[in-house]
Structure formats: C-alpha cells, structure tokens
Design a protein around this ligand. Structure first.
Ligand SMILES: [Zn+2]
Length: 281
C-alpha cells in the first residue's frame, strides 16, 4: 500500500533507516527462542542439536531429569527421547526500541532446523514493525502474509516491508516467545506510568492504551493491573464503571479480577444498589 497520510509517509521513510540486527542480537534470538536438545538414542548415545556432537552418556537418568551440558559446545540441553532425526521450529523474536518520536516494536520470524549429527541451522528475518506515536496513533509496516495454511509459509519472506492497512486486525498481534532484554522507550510512556513492567499485557496493547486513553493511564498509575488487563483485552464501555473504579482507587482497594468485579457492579445496579458506595464497590 502506498503511504498516504503524513504519519504513514514519515514512518515509511524512517523504517528504512532502522538498523539491521547486530550479530549479538541474532545470537541472542537463536539462543533464547528455542529449546536446545540432547537427543537420546536407545543405545545410550546423546546427540547435541546445537553442534551435532554425539557422545555416550554415563548418567542417563540424571540427564533426563536435570538436563545436561554439551561437552563439545557448552550449550545447556534438555533431554529428548526420539527416533526422529530432523526437526524444525518457528518462533517470534521482538525488539522494543525507539526511532525519533516513535515507539517501535519490531518482530522477527526465527526458524531453526536440526538434523541429527549436524550443527543447527538458523535463519531470522523481520516481518512486522509497529510504530506508535506519542499520542497513541499507530502505523504497521509488514511483509505480506502468505495465503498458505502451512505454518512455515506464514510470511512471504521476499515481499517488501511496507506500510499495511488493516492496522486493527489481529493479524499483526504477535506474542513473541522472546524479547531482546535491552529495550528503549519514548519519554511519554514513562510519563504515563510505564516503568518497564508489562503486567502480562502485549507491549503494543499496553503502549497504545496508555498513550491514547487517560483511563488506561490512570489504572496503570494506580496499580490496578488486573483491571487494566481486563479493560484492554475486552474493551468494554468503561464509562459505565468509571465512577466505581475511581472509588476503588480512592479507597485503596485493588480489583483482583476485572471481569468478576464488573459482573458484580452489574448485579449491584440490577438490584438497585448504590454503585458509588465504597462499601459495595
Ligand atoms: Zn553441542
């Protein structure tokens, strides 16, 4: 899609200037996105999926329970009893960073291929970038999603990274198995109460919510994390509950289950009770 609005055009321009993955970042992704196995054969041989080295194990049971370390490459391995000799896995890796005034979340598709007796093969390429302005407006830059139902064809690797519409579709909501530990945030996120903790909310959902919705910001600052999570996930009409939420905040009551609490407020209302009474809410 051709970028049309000024913000789309700016993002398209900036997107090309984002740095490539460094060797350290790639190594981190390969190391942490996947489990690494010691394939155990019936004859007591261990094969390391990382380097392909095989050796006889003297501590078969201990390996199985505690895992072991490859004597050749030093990788921590988890024991896997299988007769399969080739397997591959796909995962997502993400980097949380900033570019000019934007908060950016970059997603990479990581593939591993293990063949017993050979060193593991890995590949990684970027598939989605989510750009979030300080006001919470978002632009998605992505590759085409493949039409095939086969999982490993999910993304068309050689399509261009370009601004895509369907921003609201869940197609780009990726929950990565691993995020690079060095993260950067725009100051507006810190101003709105974000301190590096995601409280089990996807970064994209949390960032857009606290940048564009003052109620989400208030919930975060007040430490009402379960309520915030419920609000973001089920996007109900908060207007109906806000007065009661504020009473909870003022009285130091932390709502432990957003969904159940909301049902309770609905019941109170149904029975004509006062939903502004600290005693009830
Ligand atoms: Zn090894």
């Amino acid at each position: 899609m051709k970028p049309r609005t000024p913000i789309q055009q700016e993002v398209a321009r900036l997107s090309e200037r984002l740095p490539k993955l460094t060797a350290t970042q790639r190594a981190y992704a390969f190391r942490h996105c996947f489990k690494h196995y010691a394939i155990k054969r019936a004859d007591g041989t261990n094969i390391c999926t990382e380097c392909g080295h095989s050796c006889r194990s003297e501590h078969d049971l201990a390996d199985t329970v505690c895992g072991c370390t490859c004597p050749h490459c030093g990788m921590e391995l988890e024991a896997l009893r299988t007769r399969k000799s080739v397997f591959s896995e796909n995962e997502y890796f993400s980097i949380v960073t900033t570019c000019k005034q934007y908060q950016v979340i970059r997603f990479f598709f990581v593939k591993s291929r293990y063949k017993a007796g050979q060193a593991a093969g890995y590949s990684i390429y970027e598939v989605v970038q989510r750009w979030i302005s300080p006001k919470g407006t978002t632009v998605t830059v992505a590759r085409l999603r493949g039409m095939s139902i086969l999982y490993y064809d999910l993304w068309a690797e050689y399509s261009d990274m370009e601004v895509r519409k369907n921003n609201k579709l869940r197609a780009y909501d990726i929950n990565p198995v691993c995020t690079y530990p060095r993260q950067r945030f725009i100051p507006e996120l810190k101003r709105n109460g974000f301190n590096g903790e995601y409280h089990n909310i996807l970064p994209y959902d949390l960032f857009t919510a606290i940048l564009s919705d003052s109620r989400a910001e208030t919930l975060l600052k007040a430490g009402q994390y379960p309520m915030l999570r419920h609000y973001i996930r089920s996007s109900f009409d908060m207007e109906r509950y806000w007065a009661s939420v504020k009473i909870c905040i003022r009285n130091g009551y932390t709502i432990s289950d957003g969904s159940m609490w909301r049902d309770t407020i609905d019941l109170l209302r149904h029975f004509g009770k006062d939903t502004n009474s600290p005693k009830y809410v």
